[in-house]
Ligand binder design. Structure first.
Ligand code: ADE
Length: 371
């Protein structure tokens, strides 16, 4: 069954039930107040890969620091990344910043309402354009994120692989058929909210669902097997070495990652992936020469950090190092700096590198107090 096989009364009934449920059960989230296109945009970009509870904390702080598109455009990328630190998928922050600058330069700092214009902005795809169009501009367009996709697959028993773009298009068509004449934004948010809070991936709370008696998956007791996704292979794991190079004045050497790389624009303790059969110290000597043109002496280990990214995981081994030859220059990074350990806090860093920075500060505190 798809939404096309529901007659128009049933479609209206489904939308009405969903929106009545939302009117009672919507969470009080900060982006649901004082909706402006800019605020909707920021929230939807933050929500692209992150749960609402986490986003809420970042969103408030971000909007306080960058209340308007102009203030975002006027900030440095470094400041924007610092506000994003810990939220992950940093390309979202780079694109948001880039788009804000573009809008200030070309459109008086206003977000366009036209779908094609929205989608031409960096970081705005079909989903985000639909969310901004419907929620901020009141347009009758669908916005199907992962949560809404799960609800639709279950209610209409759709067994196609949802990682395929053909399936995503089909789901958007189904959602479009269900949209009420008015308040499409509310409908979209209600569908997303149901997926996020009731129709969850594991152990959905079907007894609380306003659509339970319509749901094909529930009728067949297959709610936990839908939606279907292509099985991912095992996530590869890498050992990575990082150099905490301390100069004579106690400052440490950090490098900025190239903007187009993963974690682009963030600062890190330079280093890289260990090659097959290579020892961690040998890896560090090689990486420091390739990245910064210096020879280091690798000293004692400082800390070991485990971290999982979406497509792989790492064990990050940090070593205290000393420069023995050469002056740093950027051979394979965007910039480098010597920073006093307490000032590392001001730089945007990934979660894993931040843990190394904390270990360094803790270690020097221990040394200073003799404990
Ligand atoms: N996820 C994506 N958009 C959302 C919204 N507007 N509210 C809550 N969660 C969401």
């Amino acid at each position: 069954m798809s939404s096309c096989q529901l007659d128009s009364d049933d479609r209206r009934d489904l939308a009405r039930r969903l929106m009545q449920w939302f009117a009672v059960h919507a969470r009080d989230l900060p982006w649901r107040h004082d909706r402006t296109p800019y605020r909707v945009w920021v929230s939807e970009v933050m929500l692209q890969q992150t749960q609402a509870a986490t986003v809420a904390r970042y969103y408030r702080r971000f909007l306080k620091r960058f209340p308007t598109i102009e203030s975002l455009a006027g900030a440095s990328l470094e400041e924007v990344l610092k506000m994003w630190e810990g939220l992950g998928y940093y390309g979202r922050a780079r694109y948001l910043h880039q788009a804000a600058r573009h809008l200030v330069a070309t459109n008086s700092g206003r977000l366009p309402s036209d779908r094609d214009e929205l989608q031409s902005l960096p970081g705005i795809g079909t989903y985000t354009a639909g969310a901004i169009g419907s929620i901020a501009f009141g347009q009758r367009v669908a916005a199907v994120d992962g949560n809404a996709c799960r609800v639709l697959c279950r209610v209409f028993s759709i067994r196609d692989d949802v990682t395929r773009s053909a399936t995503r298009r089909k789901l958007k068509e189904i959602a479009t058929n269900l949209l009420p004449e008015q308040h499409a934004g509310k409908f979209n948010e209600a569908l997303i909210e149901l997926g996020a809070t009731v129709c969850t991936s594991r152990s959905p709370s079907c007894q609380l669902c306003p659509l339970a008696d319509l749901c094909r998956a529930r009728a067949a007791n297959e709610q936990e097997t839908l939606p279907v996704t292509r099985r991912r292979g095992k996530r590869p794991h890498y050992d990575v070495a990082a150099a905490v190079t301390i100069g004579d004045d106690g400052a440490v050497l950090v490098a900025r990652r190239k903007l187009d790389d993963m974690l682009g624009g963030l600062w890190e303790f330079p280093g890289g992936k260990c090659q097959d059969g290579e020892s961690l110290p040998a890896c560090l000597v090689r990486e420091m020469e390739e990245e910064l043109g210096v020879i280091v002496d690798v000293g004692p280990p400082l800390t070991v950090v485990e971290h999982a990214y979406t497509h792989f995981s790492i064990t990050l081994h940090a070593f205290i190092c000393r420069l023995v030859d050469g002056q740093p220059r950027c051979l394979d990074c965007a910039a480098f700096r010597w920073v006093r350990p307490p000032d590392l806090d001001e730089l945007p860093m990934s979660v894993a590198d931040r843990k190394i920075a904390q270990a360094l500060v803790e270690e020097s505190d221990h040394r200073a107090t003799g404990k």
